[in-house]
Each structure stands twice: as C-alpha cells, then as structure tokens.
Design a protein around this ligand. Structure first.
Ligand code: BGC
Length: 729
C-alpha cells in the first residue's frame, strides 16, 4: 500500500516535468507520426549533430595497419557498430550487432557473453515457413534488446547464384519469392521487438572472394527479376529500417555509390523510407551521399571517414546540397521513431534462453533435408551396434564463420584456428557447437553400443563400420564470409575417401552433411541415406538424432539446387579462383534472372537434387488441382497424408509458361502438417510480378495477355501439370 502511494506521488510530481519535456521536445511525443517527429527533431539539430548521425565506427578496438585503434565512448557496446546519438535531444545512439544467426560477440569482445546460436539461414529457408522466420526474427530482436542493441544487421537475402559462395549459409536460397518472404518475415519479427533490422547486401554480392573489388555485371531487367525482386518482396513484407549496401560494384559502380540502385530503384521507385547504411569498409568517397548512401558504417575500415570532414567540405562547396544531408539524417531519425527505439529503448536483462533453445531446435528439425533414403531410416532404437564416424560428432556440430558467427548459449564451443590471410583472416576459426550427435544418438538408442571413430584413418573407420549394424558418417566443410570455396568436393582430410571406405564396408550406412552449401557426392549410390543437416545450430546434434531415429519426421526442402558437379553449374570454374586479394576482378552473371533451378531447367541439365526436394517418412498425395485466370492467377489443391505417421509437406506451385512462352518460376508454396489420413485444401493467389517480365525501357513490370500454364509438385523436377488459364490485365 505504502509503495503504491509513493509511486503515485512520484508520478504526480514527474508528470508535469515530462509534459514540459515533451512540449520542449515535441519529437518525443509518440502521438505524432514518425515523419513529423523526424522533421521536428531535425529542425532542432546543429550541423555537427546532423553529420554525427551519418557515420560511425565498427565498435571494436581492432588493430589496423598504420592507424591507432579507435577510442570508443564508455556507453558504446562492443560489437559490429556504433553511431553516437544526440543526448541533449533524446535521440539515442545506434548500437548495432550482427546478424541473422544470433546476436554475435566478435572475438568474445564482451567477455563471456553468449547468445542462442541458430541454424544457418539455408536451414531456415529449407523450412519454407514464413511463420518460423517471423518467430526467429522475434527471438533475435529479444536477445538483441536484452544486450542493449537497437539495430540488428540481419536479413541476408542475396540469391545463392553459385554453390561455392562462402557465405551462402547466411542467405535464404536461390528463389526470390522464398528468400524475399523469409527475409521479410524475420525482419518483421525483429522490428516488432523495437529493434531496427537491415536487409543486406544490396545487391548482387553473389561471390565473396575479392568482394571489395568485384564488378558484378548483369542485365538490369534480369536483376529486377531476380535479386532485386527478392529485396523488393523482403522490403514490402518486413519494412526494414535500413538497407545495407554491398561491397561489390554492380555494372561498374560500387553498390554503395550506385545512383541507379539506391536513388532510382530503392528510394524513388520502391518508396523506401528507411536509410541506406554501407557495409563495413564499402565507402570510397563523400560523393556517395548524392548517390543515395545515407550512412557510413565501420568507418575506420575505409580510407577516410568520408561522411565527416570530407562531407562537410562537400557541403560547404555545394557539391552535396544541404537538403540531401538533411534527408540522410531525416531517414535515420524517422526510422528510429517508426520502429520504436526512442519510445521503447532496449532494456538490458535476461531472456528466456530455454525457450529460445527450443526455437533453435525447432528450426534445425524443420530445416534438415533428407536427400535419399533406401528405407534404412528411421533407425530403430533397438539397433544393437552403431558406429559414428568423423565430423567431430563426439564433440558437436560445425558452424559457419565470419561476422555472423555466434558464441552459443549452451556452453563453450570448440574452436580450431585455421589460419590464413586476407581481411577476414581473424574469423578463420572452425567453431563446433557443443551439441554432440554422439550423446543424442546414444540417448535415442539407450541399449545400443555406440562407438565413435574420428575418421582419421579410413581403414579403421571401415573396420568399425563392418562390425556394426549401422554406420553414420558425418562430413563437414567449414565455409566463411570473405572466401569462396574452390570446388564442391569435401575437403579437407580426405572425407570422400573416408565415406567410400565406410559405405563399402557396410551398406547400411548413412551420411550426414554439415556444410554451408551443396557438395558433390561421388559415393551417393552406395549410401543408404543422406541427410543435409546444414550448419544446424546449437541444438544440432539433438535434431540430427531426432531425424535419424524418427522422433521427428523430416520436412526440410532444398532452398537451392544441389548440382552434380561444377561442370554442370553456370560457371564450371570459380570466377577469380586464386586471384590476389584486392585484384580488380569481375563476374558476368550471364544466367541473368535464371538463377538456380531456372537455369538447370532451361538448359535441360539434371541436378543431383532439385530445388524443393526433400523426403519424408510418410507419403503425400495431391489432387483436385484448380487453376483460375482472369486478372489474377490463383491455384488450389488438396494435399493428403496417405502414410501412417504425422508429417509435414511443402506443396509447390510453378509457372511453366507465360503468355505462350516457356517460363519457369516458383509462384507459391505452403508448409502443411498433416496427421495420417488428414487432407487439406491449400490455395494461393499469385503475386503478378512472378508472372510478369520487367520492361527496363518502360521501368515497370509487364504482364502480357495470354495463356499461362502451371504445374504443382514436390520439387522443381517432380511436377504434375495443373492447368492452363488465360490472363488479361
Ligand atoms: C559484413 C556484414 C556485417 C558487417 C558488420 C561485414 O563484413 O559483410 O554483413 O554486417 O561486416 O559486422
């Protein structure tokens, strides 16, 4: 009672002061619109304060050749980035953390601070579940807030054009609809927690090697129909506060200084209201301000803090108009108000880590893709002798490297420093999360003798496999930001030879892949089953055991094509293989909009596993497919679980011809969980851009009148004709 009175008195005393503060500082009035608040705040700011918002350092005292490490104010949080706010006006600083796989803590700079380490984004994409993407976004937002961050550098939505891009594990696959929806939903989830999210890297950062100099060349209309479409969908869905522009050039102009991309497409055509922040070390001049860049991030990584003294000079000389500088700050301020980081500042504190671990487990279980199965899986818990081989399966599961690397919440990770050179060399650590497949498998088969062999000597491993009932071989490939992998094979340590030896010794052998990309599988025909586990996150070992032993029915579907070999890909040889760091290199993306499955389909090239492929322990049947035309195209179908166990399917809808011409594109999908015998009708109204072509001369999407045909099925290569309808616009 007493404390209530005290609080009441306190509020009565503070209220007039608050009201006064708000009338002095009307931009703090939450009842006004974000636009109005931004204009009001801007009007109160000095030039120094405006310029101060337009640049900031990487928030780490990293040693840089020839430069003193930056000094950060005490209020900065060590992490990816920091931009001081304007405290006199109540404008918060930006506290920025990576990234899509969990809140990072680079180089353990915040001693001992860990976070929920999610499976790779490819695993999330493989769930084909925008709902799960939203929930992951919420989780990220909550953890970021609880550590004091108000900006999350997530939303990686570059299409996976090359299966050797070392950073594909951070992206959401090769299809613009899937990637766009998943990124958009995860951004929406994060921002619902009042944490600003980016989408990145705008655009065409499709290769990592020499990404700072690479010129990505592509036909503009093709770019609109592919990578730009993924961003467009993600931005519409998620309304990210910020877009991070990429390191590379696009058609000769650096992405962060690309007038067409930033001013024409993003801001004018799409009406993007947030701000464009650069990638870390991606700015090459103060004139990028007029090209559409609003903020320089990681400024100590650039040759100059372009958006400070040089920008002031450009402003004084009239090269950059004052209106533009104001617009840069206004966009940042507007976003702060719109997403709520001013009204709902981060609160440091605890999060429900148990609940978040359960979400990480759910994503891992839902995103693993069972590629083949001759019937050996699910394994019986009564199997007497099980051999586990390779992949450090006794310790845990592998994760991908680079700025997205998370230190997991479930204990210390095992870290092997790999060494090497290049800007990202410091990140070259193979990190295993302590979720041991060995322990989880032993728990799933409590009476079995489960023996582990490291796989160092194929002969030893084969001998163990031969005297076991079942062998499970784990193969890993560490991939990371900044470096493409030279080929699709399984380096190092002769893992292909190991797999061959085990499969020869025991035909009841399962291969589990822990990789960031597709791999070549010369031994595929001899394996009883192959499971793509991706980098499965901090609960990965448990999820692998759950799938192998059938506690969970696999439901992941490939978000990118697994090619047979390099020769069958768009670029048989990795562009820039062996090029010196910093070399001026270029890649012609001649496949244009035909990314992934579209390219294989057009060329009639049979992949190893098609986009959308993934097996289940039950069987699904489709019927009653209906397609209707007119002004829009809609498709419905009934899906039934005709097997004897609960399972989740992802029926997919593809366009197979447009206005009488050959076409191929995913235009709809839905993830459905069905009990044995359960049947459900699902339907989709197709986004007209997926049926259209982009007319660059007219600057718009054009839906040609005519006949459109549609197929439905289980993957891009497993389709039944659904129907043909006329569309008119
Ligand atoms: C990456 C970005 C990341 C930034 C900050 C860059 O190297 O490309 O994705 O957000 O670093 O860590």
């Amino acid at each position: 009672m007493g404390s209530k009175i005290t609080i009441g008195i306190l509020i009565a005393a503070i209220a007039p002061a608050l009201a006064c503060a708000q009338s002095d500082r009307p931009w703090l009035d939450a009842k006004r619109s974000p636009d109005e608040r931004a204009m009001l705040a801007l009007a109160a700011m000095t030039t120094d304060e405006v310029i101060g918002l337009l640049h900031g350092p990487m928030a780490l005292p990293i040693p840089l050749p020839g430069r003193a490490p930056i000094q950060l104010p005490a209020e900065a949080i060590l992490g990816a980035g920091y931009v001081p706010g304007v405290s006199r006006l109540g404008i918060p600083s930006l506290y920025e953390t990576d990234g899509p796989l969990g809140v990072t803590n680079p180089f353990d700079a915040r001693r001992g601070d860990s976070a929920t380490a999610l499976p790779s984004s490819l695993a999330l994409a493989a769930t084909f579940s925008p709902q799960l993407a939203y929930e992951v976004g919420v989780l990220l937002g909550k953890e970021a807030r609880a550590k004091g961050f108000n900006v999350l550098l997530a939303g990686g939505v570059n299409l996976t054009r090359d299966p050797r891009n070392g950073r594909n594990f951070e992206y959401l696959g090769e299809d613009p609809l899937l990637a766009g929806l998943m990124a958009g939903e995860s951004v929406r989830g994060t921002q619902d927690q009042h944490v600003i999210s980016t989408v990145k890297h705008f655009v065409l950062n499709a290769h990592e090697t020499n990404r700072h100099t690479l010129d990505a060349r592509i036909d503009r209309a093709a770019l609109r129909e592919s990578d730009l479409l993924a961003f467009e969908i993600a931005i519409e869905r998620g309304r990210p506060g910020s877009v991070m522009c990429a390191y590379n050039k696009v058609n000769g102009q650096y992405a962060c200084g690309n007038d067409w991309l930033l001013n024409d497409v993003l801001k004018r055509e799409w009406g993007f209201k947030g701000w464009v922040m650069s990638d870390w070390g991606a700015v090459h001049g103060s004139h990028y301000a007029v090209k559409g860049l609003d903020q320089q991030s990681g400024e100590q990584l650039d040759a100059s803090t372009w958006f400070d003294t040089p920008l002031r000079a450009a402003l004084a000389e009239g090269q950059v108009p004052r209106t533009r500088v104001n617009d840069m700050a206004r966009r940042i301020l507007r976003t702060m108000f719109a997403v709520g980081i001013v009204d709902h500042p981060p609160q440091k504190g605890a999060v429900d880590l148990q609940n978040h671990a359960a979400k990480a487990l759910e994503v891992a279980r839902s995103g693993m893709v069972l590629l083949t199965n001759n019937g050996l899986l699910p394994l019986k818990s009564t199997t007497p002798r099980i051999a586990l081989i390779g992949g450090n399966a006794h310790i845990g599961v592998l994760s991908g490297g680079g700025s997205s690397q998370v230190i997991p919440a479930n204990g210390a990770a095992t870290r092997v420093p790999v060494g090497g050179h290049g800007m990202m060399a410091g990140f070259r650590n193979e990190m295993y999360f302590p979720s041991s497949p060995y322990k989880a498998i032993q728990a799933a088969a409590p009476k079995a003798s489960v023996l582990f062999d490291s796989g160092a000597f194929p002969a030893d491993a084969a001998a163990l496999a031969a005297r076991s009932d079942v062998a499970i071989v784990f193969v890993t490939r560490h991939e990371l930001e900044g470096y493409d992998i030279p080929n699709l094979s399984l380096p190092p340590h002769g893992q292909d030879a190991l797999v061959e030896a085990v499969l020869k010794a025991n035909p009841n052998s399962v291969v589990v892949l822990e990789t960031g990309n597709p791999v070549a599988m010369p031994w595929l025909d001899k394996a009883a089953a192959v499971l793509a586990a991706w980098y499965p996150g901090q609960e990965g070992g448990q999820a692998i055991a759950d799938i192998l032993f059938g506690a969970v029915n696999p439901s992941g579907r490939l978000p990118m094509t697994f090619p047979r070999d390099e020769a069958s890909t768009v670029r048989p040889k990795l562009p820039n293989l062996g090029s010196e760091m910093g070399a001026d290199v270029g890649v012609d993306y001649l496949e244009g909009a035909d990314v992934g499955y579209r390219w294989y389909h057009k060329r009639g090239v049979e992949p190893l596993f098609a986009f959308g492929h993934g097996l289940s322990y039950t069987t699904f049947k489709y019927d009653t497919v209906k397609v209707s035309g007119g002004k829009t195209l809609s498709v419905s179908l009934a899906v039934e679980n005709v097997g004897d166990r609960i399972g989740t399917d992802v029926p997919q809808v593809y366009l197979t011809s447009a206005a009488g011409k050959p076409a191929f594109r995913l235009i709809g999908f839905q993830r459905v969980e069905l009990q044995p015998g359960e049947r459900r009708t699902i339907s989709t109204v197709v986004d007209s851009r997926l049926l259209s072509r982009f007319d660059e001369a007219r600057g718009k999407w054009v839906l040609d009148k005519g006949m459109y045909s549609v197929s439905v099925g289980k993957s891009a290569n497993d389709l039944i004709v659904a129907g043909e309808v006329r569309l008119f616009n």
